[in-house]
Design a protein around this ligand. Structure first.
Ligand SMILES: *Cc1c(COP(=O)(O)O)cnc(C)c1O
Length: 367
């Protein structure tokens, strides 16, 4: 027997890490319960699926799979740059936008640096921070949202990065243009400011949602991350991107793996960008679905956190986990959020009208 504890060999940050808890896959619940009819409203996926144009592009690309993908993502970056009116040198592609969050941590953080984010913020921020041994400073939320004043007060000489999810997952809360712009301007230049806009396409409908791209010219410390996993319905392909100043993009490019984006993802996303009809259908389904869900909550006399995303967190006024488990037994997968310090909430992703109704019926039964 060895006397060496392998666990003790891991870095302190990794020893104290709690792994990310994903939504329960449909196949897993099928194995456990032998149920046929299962709906998953647990991972903020697009209930309409991907664009048919993306699927056709994948079909067309399949015969080329023996080749490595284009490491530079040349065509896609150009298409994105044109759409967003930025330079292609400002764009970084990631294996999901989560990879970009990780690249940022590996590029800028050391054990001597501090990272600021909010209570209830997206669970990947503490993971990428701790994995590189940096020190997380978690700022208490106000009404489930970011307390920007308190976050600014937390900035010290050692602060190197701040993560802001706008809107935030799992709360759905958002920061408007005026308040976020004031924060970005007040932040010292040596703090990398990561604005996570994973739900950008849904949120942009709000009149006071910030147009952050226009801030990039004045703030070389700014990074905006977006994804094709949510509104574009391509979570399974793993592709997201960031827009930043050219220097941040250049640094991230040094750290990333040379073929971090696969060939099918490159092709599919380029086609999906052209399918504005599918995106409009998705946004309309989401608007209607949020209304359907929140009307259902109101009828059950439950409160919810108003959300700009494709999900909504509902307050049950009782522990969420037993309700989550009872819903599972009825074939409905939602997301418990006790790990986000919200033990009495459940997060529901917007489904189709039919899925939303099945969920609401099941919730009524369970309660
Ligand atoms: C879903 C999500 C992401 C990223 O997802 P990817 O699939 O890795 O692009 C990033 N931030 C937030 C807040 C999210 O909810």
């Amino acid at each position: 027997m060895s006397n060496v504890s392998i666990f003790d060999l891991a870095t302190a940050g990794v020893q104290s890490l709690v792994p990310y808890q994903p939504g329960k896959p449909i196949s897993e619940l099928q194995r456990e319960l032998g149920l046929d009819a299962i709906i998953k409203l647990a991972s903020n996926e697009n209930p309409l699926g991907p664009s048919p144009k993306a699927l056709a592009a994948i079909q067309k690309t399949l015969p080329e799979l023996a080749l490595y993908p284009d490491s530079s993502g040349y065509d896609l970056k150009n298409a994105l740059a044109q759409k967003l009116q930025v330079k292609s040198e400002q764009i970084t592609l990631g294996n999901g936008s989560n990879e970009i969050l990780e690249l940022l941590a590996r590029t800028f953080l050391t054990p001597d640096t501090e990272v600021i984010f909010s209570q209830h913020a997206f669970a990947v921020y503490p993971i990428v921070t701790q994995a590189v041994g940096a020190c997380a400073k978690i700022v208490p939320a106000v009404d489930y949202g970011h307390d920007l004043t308190a976050m600014l007060k937390t900035v010290s000489a050692n602060t190197r990065m701040v993560f802001i999810a706008n809107p935030n997952n799992p709360t759905g809360t958002y920061l408007n243009a005026a308040e976020l712009s004031a924060f970005v301007q007040a932040l010292p230049e040596q703090v990398i400011c990561v604005l996570d806009e994973a739900y950008f396409e849904f949120a942009a409908a709000a009149a006071d949602y910030p147009d952050t791209l226009q801030w990039l010219a004045r703030h070389p410390n700014l990074v905006i991350t977006r994804t094709f996993s949510k509104a574009y319905g391509l979570a399974g392909l793993r592709i997201g991107y960031s827009i930043s100043g050219e220097m941040i993009a250049e640094l991230l490019n040094r750290v990333r793996q040379p073929f971090n984006i696969n060939m099918l993802a490159l092709a599919a996303v380029q086609a999906a960008l052209d399918d504005s009809e599918h995106l409009q259908r998705t946004l309309a389904n989401n608007r209607d679905g949020l209304q359907q869900l929140t009307e259902g909550f109101a009828a059950l006399e439950l409160e919810w956190i108003p959300s700009l995303g494709n999900f909504v967190s509902v307050h049950l006024h009782r522990p969420g986990l037993p309700v989550y488990e009872a819903l599972l037994r009825k074939g409905v997968i939602v997301r418990p959020v006790a790990n986000y310090e919200m033990p009495q909430h459940l997060r529901i992703s917007v489904g189709t009208a039919r899925e939303n109704q099945i969920f609401l019926n099941a919730l009524k039964d369970v309660l």
